[in-house]
Design a protein around this ligand. Sequence first.
Ligand code: AMP
Length: 292
Amino acid sequence: MQTVKALEELRAARQPLCEPVGLVPTMGFLHPGHLSLVRRARSECASVVVSIFINPTQFGPQEDLSDYPRDLEKDLALLETSGVDLVWTPAPETMYPPDYQTWIEVDKVSKPLEGARRPGHFRGVATVVAKLFNAVQPQRAYFGQKDAQQAVVIQRMVRDLNFPIDIVACPLIRESDGLAMSSRNVYLTPEQRKAAAVLYRALIAGRQAYESGGRKAGQLRAVIIKEIDAEPLTRREYVSVAHPDTLIELDRVNQDALFSMAVHIGKTCLIDNFLLRNGNWYTGQLLNETIE
Ligand code: AMP
């Protein structure tokens, strides 16, 4: 495994890689969710490139950029044992040279949900991902269903800008109590960590309401909200039952919906979702189900 930092080094190391090249973009502090993307890329591509970059432009001024957890040494050891060919850890100055002025805005799908909660977030995400794509020139790129809206935004950008890259959305990996794995889970105190399982329980309640014939999106949202509000440590940001491609809120749920939420527990905001596509549920995998 080669690890490079400068853009010229990345280009030199990328050039001889066998294709197809799969790229897994990350912000580091890797957990089994990230590693599931790497495994998928490993199984589908001749070469695997992982980027580790805490992208400042996707954090709002009040967000956790300076506290964001990092452990590069551990990340590199995990990637080495996962069979990665090349790791790129660019410096902020490489991605954003002085007087940087060029941005990618994906319009409608960036607006609701996380886009409303975090103004400018998807502009930062789309811009950095486009830059990673330009530098690495992968044939495939792997994203987690954990960040469902991000996957929609990137898919839209790739189509709109004609990037010759297949976007692969991978299942959401969960802790054994259902909590979606996230680098930010380390912020939770033991009491908050226990309370955090409510997001998964609430989504299960929403799915059950659908399975028992509930089709009014308002009622399905209400079922989810009731479950979250029963946990005193939570503060809801949003609960959404939207179309999975447009992210527009639904009145009625038929065969396709994204059930998603953002919930504060203490100072940490957690997100989670279940996807209903063609009447089939994609709810992720509990960690102990995925160990090989
Ligand atoms: P991040 O380092 O948070 O930017 O995440 C890098 C990639 O890993 C993104 O595509 C995320 O959606 C994905 N990811 C993060 N957590 C999970 C998870 N629990 N399950 C699956 N993918 C995940």
